[in-house]
Write a protein that binds this ligand. Structure first.
Ligand code: B12
Length: 169
C-alpha cells in the first residue's frame, strides 16, 4: 500500500512512466548531511525520488540490463538537469545524485553514499531483497525489479517543487 501518491510523467525515448515522489528528508539524511553532501552548509528540505520504469527486470548482470541501465540513467539526467535549471533560476540549491553510486554528481568527495533502496523503503514502504552479492534490489508493487531508482535533493520546500513540476512538465 502506497504511503504517498506519485506525480507521473513519461520518458522521452521510450514512453514508459516515471514516478516522482517529493518528501522531506529522512532523519538519517538530516543526521548525516555533512558526509552525504559535503558542499552543503544547510540541511535539505526536500528529496525527490524518481522511479523510472524499465523495459526489463534489472537484477541480473548482462549486456541487456547494462544497456537498459545506461538508457535509464540518461533519461534521469535529462529530467534532473531540467528541474535543476528551473530551480536554479530561482536561486534554490538542487543536487543530482548519481544513481549508480549514490554520490552528488558535482561533489564526488562525499564520504557516505545515499542508499537509494533504504530511502525508497523508508519513505514509500516498498520491499526489497538481497542478492547473493549483497546488493539490495527493490520489489516495486507493479514493476517488481523492472524499476530504476534515482534521487535529487533540494533546499526548497515540497510545495514549491510540486508546483514547479506541475507547471513545467
Ligand atoms: C554497493 C552496490 C552494490 C554492491 C553490493 C554490495 C553492498 N554491500 O552493498 C554490488 C557491486 C555487489 C552490487 C551489485 C548489483 N547491484 Co547494486 N548497488 C550498490 C549501490 C551503489 C550502493 C548500495 C548501498 O548504498 N549499500 C549500502 C550498504 C553498503 O550499507 P549497509 O551497511 O548495507 O546499510 C546501511 C545503509 O542502508 C544505512 N542507511 C539506513 N537508512 C538509510 C537512509 C539513508 C538516506 C542512507 C544514506 C543510509 C541509510 O544504514 C545501514 C547501516 O549502516 C546502489 C546504488 C545506491 N546508491 O543505492 C546500487 C543498486 C542498489 N544496485 C542495483 C543493481 C540493479 C545491482 C545488481 C542487482 C544488478 C545490476 N544489473 O547491476 C547487481 C547484483 C548482481 C547480483 N546478481 O548479485 C540497483 C538496484 C535497482 C533496483 N531496482 O532495486 C542500484 C540502486 C543501482 C542503480 N540505480 O541501478 N551493487
Amino acid at each position: 500500500m502506497l504511503k504517498i501518491k506519485p506525480l507521473i510523467t513519461y520518458q522521452i525515448m521510450v514512453k514508459l512512466p516515471i514516478e516522482i515522489y517529493i518528501h522531506p528528508p529522512t532523519q538519517f539524511i538530516v543526521d548525516n548531511v555533512s558526509d552525504l553532501l559535503p558542499k552543503w552548509k544547510l540541511v535539505p528540505r526536500s528529496i525527490i525520488i524518481i522511479l523510472l520504469h524499465a523495459k526489463l527486470p534489472i537484477e541480473k548482470i548482462n549486456q541487456e540490463t547494462q544497456t537498459e541501465k545506461e538508457r535509464l540513467k540518461e533519461e534521469f539526467l535529462q529530467l534532473g538537469n531540467k528541474l535543476k535549471y528551473v530551480l536554479q533560476q530561482e536561486n534554490w540549491l538542487i543536487e543530482i545524485i548519481d544513481p549508480q553510486e549514490g554520490k552528488p554528481i558535482n561533489s564526488k568527495n562525499a564520504t557516505m553514499n545515499f542508499d537509494m533502496i533504504a530511502i525508497v523503503n523508508q519513505i514509500l514502504g516498498f520491499n526489497y531483497y538481497h542478492t547473493k552479492q549483497g546488493c539490495k534490489v527493490l520489489n516495486h508493487p507493479t514493476q517488481k525489479t523492472a524499476i530504476y531508482p534515482s534521487l535529487l535533493v533540494s533546499d526548497t520546500d515540497n510545495i514549491n517543487i510540486y508546483n514547479r513540476l506541475n507547471y513545467y512538465f
